[in-house]
Design a protein around this ligand. Structure first.
Ligand SMILES: *Cc1c(COP(=O)(O)O)cnc(C)c1O
Length: 837
């Protein structure tokens, strides 16, 4: 049995125990029966991001499509029969939504809106306007574990405080005199940690603080749990929902309003579209005494749904409610099912330890998932090495992608949760911000502390297999193994003289290489090989430089350079264009350049640059049809200073700034052909697909030296020139794109990350820069050139393999001798948002 199958069998046994010990939990085995048919999008995928959105079933989409095809739905604001039909369907859906929450339509209403954030905005706009109109201060108390959408209310309030659970207990539990006006908001379930918070806060607040309202953010809770509003005295005044998180489709949000509390929502400043009962457009500014319109009275949705409601989505929601009921019965069943899986997942992660006994992951919750009142089936965690240092969540994301595991990483839109669980003080957050930390960027560790977490979340259609897939991923990559005695790889070939085997340039950044013919010497300069990444493609909407990560088909665009004719020719392969595109390479763009190119502000790897974009239609049309994306070619003409872009965080011995123009990180990337041998050997023992050296997208492939000899290089000399080696190149899953077909596979990244990891970063190849030979600033290099290698003098302190700087050698022990000198880039925590292109 394979590791994962064995694991699944073991988890199956565990499940029996879990169900026995925690009778509230119950695995819904029926899901396994319909999952393939209802969720074909999950084939070969482990989806663990249900807290972001769960998935729609096939039959839901079929039913909606049949309904929309066969019925005429007019705009509900018209009065013709087709609009009446729409109106009726909307009214029915409203009732069915309320029924789902046991909310009596006499006492509750649902307002449809774009998403949960829009629902929060309706409440906060209305409460701020109300405070203004009655001349009161608008006080706001928000729980620390709130989503950013709740934090966003703070500037609208006259006064706002963040409370932890203990403070919340005290606040809602203490009596206050009348005359106050405020809002208490908290998540029913944390979108980050899955921690659940009590509904009783609502009731206490209502009893103790007249003039105060509660906003319960239930967007995360109701993905996998029922919510019961049958006791209207205990129910929150306002409840926010995201229906796509409950059903996967439609993209719609909702605000449940307790009608008794609804009058406070009537003071919103804006009203128009569907929410007016009479309106005129007077010449002068309307006043409070002579308003230009009267708004609708009646139910909250009558005066809160501006404009045409998203009626097709509401009709789709009606189907979603029915389809979901047919597949799962009730949210109670889903809750029991996800609870059983949640306990398994939680316990399995908790049981994983390194050989020295340290836990592999820190899970950010103080509650066991068997306590469904306190913990849902969403977990935030960070992986740790045996020495207690953290593994950056971005690295986890990259490796997970290799195993087709979909999860969420980062700050998770929950700043309070991150501060609490990562133990980041306000001051540290401010320092991180000042150092450049922004939401969604690559800075996953700062000063050794995580800036966010990995989140895994289960949903109604999760299965035992999904849990097994994640745990086997943890076992494979994060549980450190006892070093094996096996000395591993021995090369069949003796060490030979080093020679240049291949020279490649990438004339258009992120597109296919142009391999320089063997007969052709090629120019090397300070910023790299001539014409390497001289061109790029820019998106016509955003102006951003496009990369292979987002547009893998770019690998099928094949540029070649003809120095004699001074042309760049671009050949498509397997793309929907056939003609070869030719672009003159003349160094200087002619003076009537505005006809052909325009200056365009663009961004590459986060840096702002100005490129010359080709506005000629034949060129933009060619690339746009080739990739199916509105884009065009742009040029970043070579200048000796690399156009002002320089290498970042460069700690090599070379003095001064190193120009890189459009190249990602350094002027030249060098790989050793034979370093791939041990990696491919391991890949083939697991039956994986061997990798070609081209996936590393280097400029110079050296052949001859032993595997990983390059870790010790200081300089390589050729002809009268030499390259300075600057340090190892960090890798990500982009090396899994086959450069011939643009297809992805797990290798070689999966194996490389087991064999060539330092401090959680995976390395292959070396960065380099041209060092002038005879005081010249250019040189020539050609295939077959013999290379003279100058080695680093090992520093006894840093070559000590116990210093933590050596490669991870678990299970294979192949690279025990390789270790980085301290002066290389390996020691910097460089966030590399674009490791390859
Ligand atoms: C997802 C989520 C939100 C935001 O929902 P949107 O639909 O993106 O507006 C707010 N709060 C919680 C708890 C969530 O999980």
């Amino acid at each position: 049995m394979s590791g994962r199958a064995q694991l699944k069998a073991d988890l199956g046994k565990d499940l029996k125990r879990v169900e026995r010990v925690f009778p509230e939990s119950k695995y819904n085995a029926q899901v396994e029966e319909f999952r393939d048919a209802e969720y074909p999008q999950l084939k070969d995928v482990t989806y663990l991001d249900h807290a972001a959105t769960t998935l729609y079933s096939s039959s839901l989409i079929d039913t909606i499509s049949t309904d929309l095809k066969n019925n005429l739905f007019g705009n509900p604001h018209s009065l013709c029969p087709s609009s009446q039909a729409t109106m009726r369907r909307i009214e029915d859906t409203r009732v069915r939504v309320l029924q789902l929450f046991n909310a009596d339509s006499e006492h509750f209403d649902v307002v449809f809106c774009a998403n949960a954030t829009a629902a929060i905005r309706i409440v906060s706009d209305a409460l701020a306007a109300h405070a203004e109109s009655v001349g009161k201060r608008f006080e706001y108390r928000v729980h620390e574990d709130a989503h950013t959408s709740l934090v966003g209310i703070r500037p609208m309030a006259s006064d706002s405080l963040t409370l932890d659970s203990r403070e919340m207990d005290a606040f809602v539990g203490s009596k206050a005199s009348t005359g106050g006006f405020g809002l208490v908001a908290y998540p029913a379930q944390s979108n980050m940690s899955g921690r659940r918070y009590p509904l009783s806060w609502t009731q206490s607040l209502r009893m103790n603080r007249p003039g105060w309202y509660t906003l319960l953010d239930a967007a995360a809770l109701v993905t996998t749990s029922p919510l019961d509003l049958s006791d209207r005295d205990a129910a929150p005044d306002f409840v926010t929902l995201s229906f796509y998180k409950m059903f996967g489709y439609p993209d719609l949000g909702g605000l449940l309003v307790r009608k008794e509390s609804s009058s406070v929502l009537q003071g919103r400043h804006y009203f128009g579209g569907g929410t007016v009962s009479f309106v005129m457009n007077p010449r002068n500014h309307p006043s409070r005494h002579a308003p230009h319109a009267t708004r609708k009275s009646g139910d909250p949705h009558d005066y809160l749904e501006d404009g045409t409601v998203p009626f097709h989505s509401i009709i789709a929601l009606d189907h979603a409610l029915l389809d979901h009921k047919r597949l799962y019965g009730s949210f109670k069943t889903i809750s029991q099912h996800t609870q059983a899986l949640g306990i398994l997942l939680y316990e399995a992660i908790k049981s994983r330890k390194h050989p020295n006994g340290r836990h592999v992951a820190e899970i950010y919750t103080d509650q066991h998932p068997s306590l469904s009142q306190l913990q849902g089936a969403t977990f935030a965690l960070n992986f740790q090495r045996s020495d207690g240092s953290f593994i950056g969540y971005n690295d986890v994301l990259k490796l997970a992608a290799v195993r087709n595991i979909h999860l969420r990483t980062g700050g998770l839109c929950n700043p309070g949760g991150v501060m609490k669980w990562m133990e980041l003080s306000e001051r540290e957050m401010q320092e991180n911000f000042a150092a450049g930390k922004r939401c969604g960027d690559e800075w996953d560790l700062m000063n050794g502390k995580p800036t966010g977490a990995v989140r895994i979340s289960l949903g109604a259609m999760s299965t035992l297999d999904d849990v097994a897939a994640f745990i086997s991923f943890v076992d494979e990559f994060y549980v450190e193994k006892q070093p094996s005695l096996n000395s591993g790889f021995s090369s069949p070939l003796p060490q030979q003289g080093a020679k240049v085997k291949r020279i490649s340039i990438y004339p258009i950044k992120s597109c296919a290489p142009f391999n320089i013919p063997a007969t052709q010497p090629w120019k090397v300069m300070a910023q790299g090989l001539e014409y390497d990444r001289e061109f790029c493609l820019i998106h016509q909407g955003t102006g951003r430089v496009m990369d292979m990560k987002t547009y893998p088909k770019m690998a099928l665009i094949r540029p070649s350079i003809n120095l004699e004719e001074q042309t760049l020719s671009i050949h498509p392969k397997g793309l929907p264009v056939s003609a070869v595109l030719q672009i003159p390479l003349r160094e200087h763009i002619p003076s009537h350049s505005h006809l052909i190119t325009k200056k365009c502000n663009s961004k590459v790897c986060g840096d702002s640059i100005v490129v010359q974009a080709y506005s000629e239609k034949r060129i933009s049309d060619w690339f746009s049809s080739a990739l199916g994306v509105p884009c065009t070619l742009a040029r970043y003409p070579s200048k000796p200073d690399g156009g002002g872009r320089f290498m970042k965080n460069h700690l090599g011995q070379k003095k001064g700034e190193i120009p890189i123009a459009l190249r990602n990180e350094s002027p030249i990337l060098v790989t050793n052909q034979r370093s791939l041998e041990p990696i491919n050997q391991v890949i083939s023992t697991h039956g994986g697909k061997q990798a070609d050296i081209s996936v590393f997208r280097s400029n110079i492939v050296v052949d001859g030296p032993e595997p990983f000899d390059e870790d010790k290089w200081l300089q390589i000399g050729f002809r009268n020139s030499s390259l300075q080696i600057l340090g190892p190149c960090r890798r990500c899953h982009m090396i899994c794109i086959d450069q011939d077909t643009s297809e992805r596979s797990p290798e070689p990244f999966a194996t490389l990350s087991k064999m060539r990891t330092i401090n959680g970063k995976v390395y292959f190849g070396q960065h380099g820069t041209f060092l002038s030979g005879d005081n010249e600033d250019t040189g020539l290099i050609q295939i077959g050139d013999e290379l003279e290698i100058i080695y680093l003098v090992p520093d006894p302190e840093t070559s000590d393999t116990d210093s933590g700087e050596s490669y991870n050698t678990d299970s294979t022990n192949l690279t025990a001798e390789s270790s980085f000198p301290k002066t290389t880039a390996a020691n910097t925590e460089t966030p590399s948002s674009c490791v390859i292109s």
